[in-house]
Design a protein around this ligand. Structure first.
Ligand SMILES: Nc1ncnc2c1ncn2[C@@H]1O[C@H](COP(=O)(O)OP(=O)(O)OP(=O)(O)O)[C@@H](O)[C@H]1O
Ligand SMILES: [Mg+2]
Length: 505
């Protein structure tokens, strides 16, 4: 019997003793693709992504090495692919075609820029991104709460700097309501922000922020659009990479309505190099991941983790991953042998297979496969030859990428940053106003009423008490000067760093 990508609500994955499928109605029960390097994980991801797209399901996937980008191009019938097509029963039905793709890139080079506002990111993820300790995270929380209470939009890193500096300056005034803002922590956060900026993250924070609907598009021919995130550069900053993807999941979870069980998912999300997400993740973050995995399912979103070793994924998350593809694992060290054993045990046993032994024998592009079937129980594990994709195996050329970007339906929407009035401007303006007022009333009514202090709308925290010789205007002026010279120093430092490292991103 010949096979096409899609059959009766099922994606054709490959062939064991029989054809193996992933049922679309269970695709929101998440999945896991594992295997050592070079064993076929990315190709399996591509096969699944193409299958979802063919079924009209939009896909988001991080492209770690650039090789996933090939799905935007027509595949070539190379010998090993033609051979595999015949082996899995595709024969003449195997067609080569390009898939509708949108390229994204946090740095805006290899695809359309993706941006989020600082507020959108929230203090938990931001703390993780900045690698803050608990005390520092507390300060960041205060800054977020003050901004929310005073309705100050915190959009980009400039804004975040401004609000943190402001909170620090007003620490005496804020302590009652919000708790202590330790100045040492403030300094540490500001330094971390500098590091983040040097990593190029300043491009990521700001507006226009990503409209999640752009991840949920279908092409005119009804296929789901595959959003491919260029993650090669991003991967060099694992914290940035993982928090960023986690933010996207959070956003999907917050934005999408409850959907219950659907005949097919609304979106499928592939999270490559997933071990980075769990490495040293603090408890709060792990809880967040578990929670999102659990709840996003009923929003019709399937999440597929890709990692080398199944033990990379904590049990609480792993237990939620219903559809599994296990490529070959090596087992030289005791640690590796243990991983093989664990991997073997996660599958529903097949009396005809010695799962543990097979994991070590699997050839490239071959895998143990078990997916959810019937009422949602895992199918018996099968040794499966994975089908070849229809798009290209391997990366697109630079020219091909550019033309995909230019013809994309979102072209022009995100390219230019908008810098509307937000925390940075508002706080500067507030300070300036206070300066002027204090200046104009200096030695006049103001002095008489406030004893040389300042008006009621002077930013609190710059407390004049006990220092009558220094007028409010003077003090704020100094503050302002300090913060300006700080900003200039930062800018200069950035330029120097860039010129040394030759990094333009
Ligand atoms: N289903 C398949 N059909 C035919 N060839 C395949 C298949 N899967 C993998 N291959 C071959 O194996 C090569 C490596 O596969 P792939 O890039 O998917 O490995 P990987 O596990 O993602 O490796 P890495 O961990 O290094 O990213 C492919 O370039 C392709 O030549
Ligand atoms: Mg790969």
């Amino acid at each position: 019997m010949s096979q096409s990508v899609l059959q009766d609500g099922k994606i054709f994955i490959g062939k064991s003793t029989k054809p193996e499928y992933l049922e679309l109605r269970f695709a929101n029960r998440h999945g896991l693709i594992t295997g050592a390097t070079g064993t076929g994980k990315t190709v399996t991801l591509q096969v699944l992504a193409e299958g979802f797209s063919a079924a009209g399901v939009p896909v988001f996937a991080a492209d770690i090495k650039g090789d996933l980008s090939g799905l935007a191009a027509v595949g070539e019938p190379k010998d090993f692919l033609v051979k595999r097509a015949a082996e899995v029963g595709l024969g003449d039905d195997w067609k080569q075609r390009a898939y509708p793709t949108i390229f994204w890139d946090v740095f805006g080079k290899e695809g359309h820029p993706i941006r989020a506002t600082v507020l959108d990111m929230g203090p938990l993820l931001l703390s993780r991104m900045l690698e803050l300790n608990e005390v520092q995270e507390g300060v960041l929380n205060i800054a977020f709460r003050v901004a929310a209470d005073e309705k100050i939009p915190v959009l980009d890193l400039k804004d975040l700097r401004a609000i943190i500096a402001n909170v620090a300056e007003r620490s005496k005034e804020l302590i009652q309501k919000y708790g202590n803002v330790a100045t040492t922590s403030v300094g540490a956060i500001q330094r971390r922000l500098l590091v983040l900026e040097e990593q190029g993250a300043d491009q990521f924070f700001g507006e226009p922020s990503l409209d999640i609907k752009d991840f949920m598009r279908t092409a005119p021919d009804g296929r789901g659009v595959i959003s491919v995130l260029a993650a090669d550069k991003l991967m060099e900053k694992p914290r940035l990479y993982t928090t960023f993807l986690l933010w996207m999941l959070t956003k999907l979870w917050q934005t999408l309505p409850e959907a219950g069980d659907l005949p097919k998912p609304k979106l499928v999300f592939f999270f490559d190099e997933a071990h980075l997400l769990f490495n040293e993740a603090p408890k709060a973050l792990l809880e967040r991941i578990e929670q999102i995995a659990r709840l996003i399912r009923s929003k019709g979103v399937g999440v597929y983790f890709i990692t080398q070793n199944p033990m990379d994924v904590p049990n609480s998350v792993s237990a939620q991953l219903g559809n599994r593809v296990q490529h070959a694992l090596r087992a030289f060290t005791p640690q590796e042998q243990k991983a093989v054993k664990v991997a073997a045990e996660t599958f529903r046993k097949n009396p005809d297979l010695d799962t543990e032994r097979v994991i070590m024998e699997l050839k490239v592009g071959e895998a143990l496969v078990s997916t959810l079937e019937n009422k949602g129980e895992p199918s018996m594990v099968q040794r499966t030859l994975i089908r070849p994709p229809e798009g290209r195996v391997g990366p697109v050329s630079e020219d091909e990428r550019l033309s995909v970007i230019e013809y994309s339906p979102v072209y022009g929407k995100y390219e230019e940053t908008i810098d509307r009035e937000s925390a940075h401007e508002i706080i500067t303006k507030r300070t300036n106003t206070a300066t002027e007022e204090a200046g104009s009333t200096g030695g006049g009514w103001g002095d008489i009423i406030f004893g040389g202090g300042g008006g009621s709308n002077a930013p609190a925290g710059s407390k004049p008490k006990g220092r009558p010789s220094q007028g409010m205007g003077e003090m704020i002026g100094k503050d302002l000067q300090r913060s300006i010279s700080r900003t200039i120093a930062t800018t200069i430092k950035n330029i120097i760093v860039k010129s040394i490292t030759g990094r333009s991103r």
